[in-house]
Design a protein around this ligand. Structure first.
Ligand code: PGA
Ligand code: ZN
Length: 433
Protein backbone atom coordinates (compact mmCIF):
# COMPACT_ATOMS: atom_id res chain seq x y z
CA UNK A 1 0.00 0.00 0.00
CA UNK A 2 1.36 3.43 -0.86
CA UNK A 3 2.44 5.72 1.91
CA UNK A 4 0.04 8.57 2.58
CA UNK A 5 0.63 12.17 3.50
CA UNK A 6 0.52 12.52 7.27
CA UNK A 7 1.60 16.12 7.73
CA UNK A 8 2.47 19.18 5.67
CA UNK A 9 4.55 21.81 7.39
CA UNK A 10 5.33 25.27 6.02
CA UNK A 11 8.50 27.07 6.97
CA UNK A 12 9.95 30.46 6.10
CA UNK A 13 13.52 30.19 4.82
CA UNK A 14 15.68 32.70 2.89
CA UNK A 15 16.72 32.82 -0.74
CA UNK A 16 19.91 33.90 -2.52
CA UNK A 17 18.84 37.55 -2.48
CA UNK A 18 18.15 37.40 1.26
CA UNK A 19 14.40 37.44 0.67
CA UNK A 20 11.96 35.20 2.54
CA UNK A 21 10.66 32.18 0.67
CA UNK A 22 8.47 29.13 1.32
CA UNK A 23 9.75 25.70 2.29
CA UNK A 24 7.28 22.83 2.40
CA UNK A 25 7.98 19.68 4.39
CA UNK A 26 5.92 16.56 4.05
CA UNK A 27 5.91 13.51 6.30
CA UNK A 28 4.35 10.26 5.14
CA UNK A 29 2.70 7.49 7.11
CA UNK A 30 5.74 5.25 6.60
CA UNK A 31 8.07 7.90 8.06
CA UNK A 32 9.40 9.15 4.72
CA UNK A 33 10.14 12.86 4.39
CA UNK A 34 10.11 15.23 1.41
CA UNK A 35 11.16 18.85 1.45
CA UNK A 36 11.31 21.57 -1.20
CA UNK A 37 11.79 25.34 -1.43
CA UNK A 38 10.09 27.74 -3.84
CA UNK A 39 12.45 29.92 -5.93
CA UNK A 40 11.63 33.49 -7.00
CA UNK A 41 12.01 35.41 -10.25
CA UNK A 42 12.98 39.06 -10.78
CA UNK A 43 12.07 39.35 -14.46
CA UNK A 44 8.74 37.66 -14.43
CA UNK A 45 6.25 37.09 -17.20
CA UNK A 46 2.89 38.73 -16.51
CA UNK A 47 1.05 35.42 -17.04
CA UNK A 48 3.08 33.48 -14.48
CA UNK A 49 1.63 31.91 -11.34
CA UNK A 50 1.40 34.65 -8.71
CA UNK A 51 4.03 34.65 -6.01
CA UNK A 52 2.02 35.50 -2.88
CA UNK A 53 3.85 38.07 -0.76
CA UNK A 54 2.73 39.85 2.40
CA UNK A 55 3.47 43.40 1.22
CA UNK A 56 4.01 46.12 3.83
CA UNK A 57 7.37 47.35 5.14
CA UNK A 58 9.01 44.17 6.42
CA UNK A 59 11.55 42.57 4.08
CA UNK A 60 10.67 44.99 1.29
CA UNK A 61 7.16 43.54 1.16
CA UNK A 62 8.51 40.07 0.31
CA UNK A 63 7.26 38.36 3.49
CA UNK A 64 5.66 34.93 3.08
CA UNK A 65 3.80 34.59 6.41
CA UNK A 66 0.49 34.44 4.60
CA UNK A 67 1.72 31.72 2.24
CA UNK A 68 3.06 29.69 5.18
CA UNK A 69 -0.32 29.94 6.93
CA UNK A 70 -2.00 28.88 3.69
CA UNK A 71 0.10 25.71 3.69
CA UNK A 72 -0.94 24.77 7.22
CA UNK A 73 -4.54 25.93 7.23
CA UNK A 74 -5.77 25.61 3.65
CA UNK A 75 -3.59 23.12 1.75
CA UNK A 76 -2.78 20.60 4.50
CA UNK A 77 -6.42 19.68 5.30
CA UNK A 78 -7.00 18.88 1.61
CA UNK A 79 -3.93 16.75 0.89
CA UNK A 80 -3.37 14.95 4.19
CA UNK A 81 -4.40 11.33 3.71
CA UNK A 82 -3.72 11.25 -0.04
CA UNK A 83 -1.22 8.72 -1.45
CA UNK A 84 2.11 10.50 -2.05
CA UNK A 85 2.79 8.52 -5.22
CA UNK A 86 -0.27 9.99 -6.93
CA UNK A 87 1.30 13.31 -7.94
CA UNK A 88 -1.39 13.97 -10.52
CA UNK A 89 -4.18 13.64 -7.98
CA UNK A 90 -2.46 15.85 -5.42
CA UNK A 91 -1.65 18.54 -7.98
CA UNK A 92 -5.23 18.35 -9.27
CA UNK A 93 -6.46 19.01 -5.73
CA UNK A 94 -4.13 22.01 -5.46
CA UNK A 95 -5.37 23.39 -8.77
CA UNK A 96 -9.04 22.90 -7.79
CA UNK A 97 -8.50 24.36 -4.33
CA UNK A 98 -6.90 27.43 -5.86
CA UNK A 99 -9.48 27.80 -8.60
CA UNK A 100 -7.82 30.78 -10.35
CA UNK A 101 -5.89 30.92 -13.64
CA UNK A 102 -2.65 32.11 -11.98
CA UNK A 103 -2.73 30.49 -8.52
CA UNK A 104 -3.76 33.85 -7.09
CA UNK A 105 -5.55 32.36 -4.09
CA UNK A 106 -2.99 29.90 -2.74
CA UNK A 107 0.09 31.51 -4.34
CA UNK A 108 2.36 29.75 -6.81
CA UNK A 109 5.10 29.81 -4.16
CA UNK A 110 2.95 27.76 -1.76
CA UNK A 111 1.74 25.32 -4.41
CA UNK A 112 5.11 24.64 -6.07
CA UNK A 113 6.87 24.05 -2.74
CA UNK A 114 4.10 21.60 -1.80
CA UNK A 115 4.03 19.88 -5.18
CA UNK A 116 7.82 19.37 -5.24
CA UNK A 117 7.88 18.21 -1.60
CA UNK A 118 5.28 15.55 -2.47
CA UNK A 119 7.55 14.22 -5.23
CA UNK A 120 10.54 14.13 -2.87
CA UNK A 121 8.51 12.29 -0.22
CA UNK A 122 7.24 9.74 -2.74
CA UNK A 123 10.78 9.11 -4.00
CA UNK A 124 11.97 8.71 -0.41
CA UNK A 125 9.20 6.17 0.23
CA UNK A 126 10.26 4.29 -2.90
CA UNK A 127 13.85 4.47 -1.61
CA UNK A 128 15.24 5.81 -4.89
CA UNK A 129 16.62 9.21 -5.94
CA UNK A 130 14.00 11.59 -7.31
CA UNK A 131 15.42 11.53 -10.87
CA UNK A 132 15.08 7.76 -10.91
CA UNK A 133 11.61 7.81 -9.34
CA UNK A 134 10.33 10.28 -11.94
CA UNK A 135 11.39 8.02 -14.81
CA UNK A 136 10.48 4.70 -13.16
CA UNK A 137 14.16 3.85 -13.28
CA UNK A 138 14.72 4.50 -16.98
CA UNK A 139 16.49 7.90 -16.88
CA UNK A 140 20.13 7.96 -17.89
CA UNK A 141 20.63 11.15 -19.90
CA UNK A 142 22.28 14.25 -18.45
CA UNK A 143 21.19 17.60 -19.94
CA UNK A 144 23.45 20.06 -21.75
CA UNK A 145 24.19 22.92 -19.32
CA UNK A 146 23.71 26.51 -20.43
CA UNK A 147 25.75 28.68 -18.09
CA UNK A 148 25.72 32.42 -17.56
CA UNK A 149 29.04 34.22 -18.11
CA UNK A 150 27.83 37.82 -17.75
CA UNK A 151 24.64 38.78 -15.91
CA UNK A 152 22.72 41.86 -17.01
CA UNK A 153 19.23 43.30 -17.16
CA UNK A 154 17.12 43.00 -14.01
CA UNK A 155 19.87 40.92 -12.39
CA UNK A 156 22.52 43.66 -12.62
CA UNK A 157 20.53 46.88 -12.14
CA UNK A 158 20.23 47.22 -15.91
CA UNK A 159 23.99 47.71 -16.35
CA UNK A 160 23.54 46.25 -19.83
CA UNK A 161 20.18 45.50 -21.42
CA UNK A 162 20.75 41.86 -22.33
CA UNK A 163 19.86 39.81 -19.25
CA UNK A 164 22.06 36.75 -19.70
CA UNK A 165 25.10 36.12 -21.84
CA UNK A 166 25.64 32.40 -21.53
CA UNK A 167 28.09 29.78 -22.73
CA UNK A 168 27.32 26.28 -23.96
CA UNK A 169 30.13 23.71 -23.81
CA UNK A 170 29.43 22.15 -27.21
CA UNK A 171 32.45 19.89 -27.31
CA UNK A 172 31.75 18.22 -23.95
CA UNK A 173 31.28 14.47 -23.96
CA UNK A 174 29.96 14.21 -20.41
CA UNK A 175 28.33 16.50 -17.87
CA UNK A 176 31.47 16.49 -15.78
CA UNK A 177 33.55 17.56 -18.76
CA UNK A 178 30.97 20.23 -19.53
CA UNK A 179 31.57 21.74 -16.10
CA UNK A 180 35.35 21.67 -16.65
CA UNK A 181 34.99 23.63 -19.89
CA UNK A 182 32.63 26.11 -18.28
CA UNK A 183 34.97 26.55 -15.30
CA UNK A 184 37.85 27.48 -17.64
CA UNK A 185 35.81 29.98 -19.65
CA UNK A 186 34.27 31.49 -16.51
CA UNK A 187 37.74 31.94 -15.04
CA UNK A 188 39.05 33.43 -18.30
CA UNK A 189 36.10 35.85 -18.42
CA UNK A 190 36.90 37.09 -14.92
CA UNK A 191 40.60 37.46 -15.75
CA UNK A 192 39.74 39.42 -18.88
CA UNK A 193 37.56 41.80 -16.89
CA UNK A 194 40.31 42.20 -14.26
CA UNK A 195 42.95 42.97 -16.93
CA UNK A 196 40.75 45.66 -18.39
CA UNK A 197 40.03 47.14 -14.94
CA UNK A 198 36.35 46.22 -15.25
CA UNK A 199 36.00 43.57 -12.55
CA UNK A 200 33.14 44.56 -10.23
CA UNK A 201 32.08 41.23 -8.70
CA UNK A 202 29.07 39.23 -9.79
CA UNK A 203 25.40 39.79 -10.58
CA UNK A 204 22.34 38.02 -9.08
CA UNK A 205 22.93 34.67 -10.77
CA UNK A 206 26.71 34.67 -10.25
CA UNK A 207 27.75 35.88 -13.73
CA UNK A 208 30.39 38.61 -13.92
CA UNK A 209 28.98 42.11 -13.40
CA UNK A 210 28.83 43.51 -16.95
CA UNK A 211 30.81 46.74 -16.82
CA UNK A 212 30.42 47.26 -20.58
CA UNK A 213 29.60 50.33 -22.63
CA UNK A 214 27.38 48.50 -25.14
CA UNK A 215 25.42 45.28 -25.41
CA UNK A 216 27.57 44.14 -28.28
CA UNK A 217 30.70 44.53 -26.18
CA UNK A 218 29.34 41.78 -23.93
CA UNK A 219 29.13 39.47 -26.95
CA UNK A 220 32.66 40.41 -28.08
CA UNK A 221 34.06 39.82 -24.61
CA UNK A 222 32.36 36.43 -24.46
CA UNK A 223 34.19 35.45 -27.65
CA UNK A 224 37.45 36.76 -26.13
CA UNK A 225 36.81 34.78 -22.92
CA UNK A 226 36.34 31.56 -24.89
CA UNK A 227 39.54 32.23 -26.85
CA UNK A 228 41.46 33.09 -23.71
CA UNK A 229 40.44 29.67 -22.33
CA UNK A 230 42.07 28.24 -25.51
CA UNK A 231 38.84 27.08 -27.03
CA UNK A 232 37.22 27.74 -30.38
CA UNK A 233 34.17 30.02 -30.25
CA UNK A 234 31.21 28.28 -31.84
CA UNK A 235 32.91 24.94 -32.32
CA UNK A 236 34.00 24.16 -28.76
CA UNK A 237 31.90 26.67 -26.86
CA UNK A 238 28.86 28.47 -28.26
CA UNK A 239 27.04 31.57 -27.02
CA UNK A 240 23.44 31.76 -25.83
CA UNK A 241 21.62 34.94 -24.85
CA UNK A 242 18.50 35.68 -22.84
CA UNK A 243 17.28 39.06 -24.03
CA UNK A 244 14.36 39.03 -21.55
CA UNK A 245 12.94 41.62 -23.92
CA UNK A 246 9.70 42.21 -21.99
CA UNK A 247 11.90 44.30 -19.69
CA UNK A 248 12.94 46.52 -22.62
CA UNK A 249 9.56 46.85 -24.32
CA UNK A 250 7.63 50.06 -24.00
CA UNK A 251 4.57 50.85 -26.12
CA UNK A 252 5.64 48.65 -28.99
CA UNK A 253 9.23 49.88 -29.02
CA UNK A 254 12.44 48.54 -27.49
CA UNK A 255 14.66 50.78 -25.42
CA UNK A 256 18.32 49.77 -25.24
CA UNK A 257 19.53 52.08 -22.49
CA UNK A 258 23.18 50.93 -22.68
CA UNK A 259 23.29 51.68 -26.41
CA UNK A 260 21.21 54.87 -26.02
CA UNK A 261 18.70 53.89 -28.71
CA UNK A 262 15.04 53.07 -29.11
CA UNK A 263 13.98 50.67 -31.87
CA UNK A 264 10.76 49.44 -33.44
CA UNK A 265 10.06 45.72 -33.18
CA UNK A 266 11.28 45.20 -36.78
CA UNK A 267 14.48 47.13 -36.16
CA UNK A 268 15.12 45.27 -32.93
CA UNK A 269 14.57 41.89 -34.60
CA UNK A 270 16.98 42.94 -37.39
CA UNK A 271 19.61 43.88 -34.83
CA UNK A 272 19.27 40.48 -33.11
CA UNK A 273 19.50 38.69 -36.45
CA UNK A 274 22.69 40.66 -37.18
CA UNK A 275 24.19 39.54 -33.85
CA UNK A 276 23.27 35.92 -34.65
CA UNK A 277 25.19 36.27 -37.94
CA UNK A 278 28.27 37.95 -36.48
CA UNK A 279 28.67 35.93 -33.27
CA UNK A 280 28.50 32.18 -32.63
CA UNK A 281 25.06 32.42 -31.05
CA UNK A 282 23.22 29.13 -30.85
CA UNK A 283 20.27 30.11 -28.67
CA UNK A 284 18.21 33.25 -28.07
CA UNK A 285 15.62 33.46 -25.29
CA UNK A 286 12.70 35.89 -25.25
CA UNK A 287 14.04 37.91 -28.21
CA UNK A 288 11.01 40.20 -28.08
CA UNK A 289 8.43 41.18 -25.46
CA UNK A 290 5.84 38.73 -24.15
CA UNK A 291 3.00 40.24 -26.21
CA UNK A 292 4.93 40.91 -29.42
CA UNK A 293 3.65 37.88 -31.34
CA UNK A 294 4.55 39.30 -34.75
CA UNK A 295 8.12 40.02 -33.61
CA UNK A 296 8.46 36.50 -32.20
CA UNK A 297 7.27 34.95 -35.45
CA UNK A 298 9.52 37.19 -37.57
CA UNK A 299 12.61 36.41 -35.52
CA UNK A 300 11.87 32.67 -35.43
CA UNK A 301 11.21 32.58 -39.17
CA UNK A 302 14.55 34.28 -39.87
CA UNK A 303 16.82 32.16 -37.66
CA UNK A 304 15.06 28.96 -36.61
CA UNK A 305 17.08 26.57 -38.77
CA UNK A 306 20.33 27.34 -37.03
CA UNK A 307 19.32 29.08 -33.81
CA UNK A 308 17.25 27.86 -30.89
CA UNK A 309 14.52 30.40 -30.06
CA UNK A 310 13.33 29.92 -26.47
CA UNK A 311 10.12 31.24 -25.02
CA UNK A 312 10.35 32.05 -21.30
CA UNK A 313 8.10 35.00 -20.33
CA UNK A 314 6.45 34.37 -23.69
CA UNK A 315 5.29 30.85 -22.76
CA UNK A 316 5.38 30.85 -18.92
CA UNK A 317 5.55 27.02 -18.77
CA UNK A 318 2.00 26.78 -20.09
CA UNK A 319 1.08 23.76 -22.24
CA UNK A 320 -1.63 25.81 -23.92
CA UNK A 321 0.68 28.68 -24.84
CA UNK A 322 3.30 26.24 -26.12
CA UNK A 323 0.78 24.53 -28.40
CA UNK A 324 -0.39 27.92 -29.69
CA UNK A 325 3.15 29.14 -30.31
CA UNK A 326 4.01 25.90 -32.09
CA UNK A 327 1.04 26.36 -34.44
CA UNK A 328 2.08 29.96 -35.11
CA UNK A 329 5.74 28.96 -35.55
CA UNK A 330 6.82 31.40 -32.88
CA UNK A 331 9.78 29.85 -30.91
CA UNK A 332 11.25 26.40 -31.37
CA UNK A 333 12.17 25.69 -27.73
CA UNK A 334 10.77 26.26 -24.27
CA UNK A 335 12.13 27.29 -20.88
CA UNK A 336 10.38 25.31 -18.15
CA UNK A 337 10.27 26.91 -14.71
CA UNK A 338 8.05 24.91 -12.33
CA UNK A 339 7.12 27.94 -10.23
CA UNK A 340 5.91 29.78 -13.34
CA UNK A 341 2.94 27.44 -13.43
CA UNK A 342 2.76 26.24 -9.83
CA UNK A 343 2.69 22.42 -9.90
CA UNK A 344 4.92 19.61 -11.19
CA UNK A 345 2.06 18.05 -13.15
CA UNK A 346 1.47 21.25 -15.12
CA UNK A 347 5.23 21.62 -15.69
CA UNK A 348 5.32 18.09 -17.09
CA UNK A 349 2.34 18.82 -19.33
CA UNK A 350 4.22 21.83 -20.71
CA UNK A 351 7.23 19.61 -21.40
CA UNK A 352 5.03 17.12 -23.22
CA UNK A 353 3.45 19.88 -25.32
CA UNK A 354 6.95 21.02 -26.34
CA UNK A 355 7.95 17.46 -27.22
CA UNK A 356 4.88 17.08 -29.34
CA UNK A 357 5.95 20.18 -31.26
CA UNK A 358 9.45 18.63 -31.62
CA UNK A 359 10.97 21.49 -29.68
CA UNK A 360 14.03 21.45 -27.45
CA UNK A 361 13.27 21.66 -23.73
CA UNK A 362 15.22 23.60 -21.10
CA UNK A 363 14.60 23.19 -17.38
CA UNK A 364 15.45 26.42 -15.60
CA UNK A 365 16.07 27.89 -12.17
CA UNK A 366 15.07 31.44 -11.17
CA UNK A 367 17.30 34.36 -10.28
CA UNK A 368 16.23 33.99 -6.63
CA UNK A 369 17.34 30.48 -5.68
CA UNK A 370 18.32 28.31 -2.73
CA UNK A 371 20.11 25.06 -2.01
CA UNK A 372 17.07 23.22 -3.42
CA UNK A 373 18.16 21.00 -6.32
CA UNK A 374 14.80 19.61 -7.43
CA UNK A 375 15.13 21.01 -10.96
CA UNK A 376 18.23 18.88 -11.62
CA UNK A 377 16.18 15.78 -10.82
CA UNK A 378 13.40 16.99 -13.10
CA UNK A 379 15.84 17.59 -15.95
CA UNK A 380 17.31 14.08 -15.67
CA UNK A 381 14.11 12.26 -14.71
CA UNK A 382 12.12 13.86 -17.53
CA UNK A 383 15.03 13.70 -19.98
CA UNK A 384 15.03 17.43 -20.75
CA UNK A 385 17.57 18.60 -23.33
CA UNK A 386 19.17 21.42 -21.37
CA UNK A 387 19.59 22.81 -17.86
CA UNK A 388 19.90 26.53 -17.08
CA UNK A 389 20.63 27.52 -13.49
CA UNK A 390 22.60 30.75 -13.78
CA UNK A 391 26.36 31.06 -13.57
CA UNK A 392 29.34 29.16 -12.23
CA UNK A 393 29.67 30.78 -8.80
CA UNK A 394 27.46 31.24 -5.70
CA UNK A 395 26.45 28.06 -3.95
CA UNK A 396 22.75 28.20 -4.85
CA UNK A 397 23.97 27.69 -8.47
CA UNK A 398 26.86 25.32 -7.76
CA UNK A 399 24.57 23.08 -5.67
CA UNK A 400 22.71 22.29 -8.89
CA UNK A 401 25.74 21.65 -11.11
CA UNK A 402 27.22 19.50 -8.36
CA UNK A 403 24.01 17.48 -8.02
CA UNK A 404 24.10 16.71 -11.75
CA UNK A 405 27.70 15.50 -11.37
CA UNK A 406 26.54 13.17 -8.59
CA UNK A 407 23.73 11.79 -10.76
CA UNK A 408 26.14 11.20 -13.64
CA UNK A 409 28.53 9.35 -11.37
CA UNK A 410 25.72 7.27 -9.87
CA UNK A 411 24.65 6.24 -13.37
CA UNK A 412 28.23 5.21 -14.14
CA UNK A 413 28.62 3.52 -17.50
CA UNK A 414 24.86 3.78 -18.12
CA UNK A 415 25.10 7.61 -18.20
CA UNK A 416 24.60 9.40 -21.52
CA UNK A 417 25.29 13.07 -22.09
CA UNK A 418 22.79 15.05 -24.14
CA UNK A 419 25.64 16.73 -26.06
CA UNK A 420 25.58 19.24 -28.91
CA UNK A 421 22.58 17.70 -30.68
CA UNK A 422 20.43 18.68 -27.69
CA UNK A 423 20.69 22.39 -28.47
CA UNK A 424 20.23 24.53 -31.55
CA UNK A 425 17.80 25.30 -34.33
CA UNK A 426 15.43 22.99 -36.14
CA UNK A 427 18.33 21.44 -38.08
CA UNK A 428 19.66 19.89 -34.84
CA UNK A 429 16.22 18.64 -33.84
CA UNK A 430 15.96 16.78 -37.15
CA UNK A 431 19.55 15.48 -36.90
CA UNK A 432 18.87 14.13 -33.40
CA UNK A 433 15.92 12.04 -34.54
P1 PGA B 1 13.97 35.51 -13.33
O1 PGA B 1 14.50 35.39 -14.80
O2 PGA B 1 14.70 36.66 -12.70
O3 PGA B 1 12.50 35.87 -13.47
O4 PGA B 1 14.18 34.24 -12.61
C1 PGA B 1 15.37 34.43 -15.27
C2 PGA B 1 15.20 34.30 -16.77
O5 PGA B 1 14.65 35.22 -17.40
O6 PGA B 1 15.56 33.29 -17.36
ZN1 ZN C 1 14.49 34.28 -19.41
Amino acid sequence: MSARIETLIGRRVWDSRGNPTVEAEIHLTDGSLGRAIAPAGASRGSHEAIDLRDGGDAFGGHGVDHAIRTLAEVIAPVIVGLPADDQRLIDKRLIELDGTPQKARLGGNATIATSMAVAHAAAAAAKVPLWSYLSAGSARRLPMPMVQLFGGGAHASGRIDLQDILIVPMKAKSFEQATEIVAEVYRAGGALMADRGLLRGVADEGGWWPEFSSNEEALEQTVRSIERARMRPGEDVAIAIDVAASQLACEGRYRLATDGIELTSDEFVDRLIGWCRRYPIISVEDPVGESDHAGMRAFTRAVSESVQVIGDDYLVTSARRIAEAARAEACNAVLLKPNQVGTLTETYEALQAARQARWHTVISARSGETEDVTIVHLAVGWCADQLKVGSFSRSERMAKWNEAIRVEQTLGSRARFAGRVAIGGSRTVIAAQ
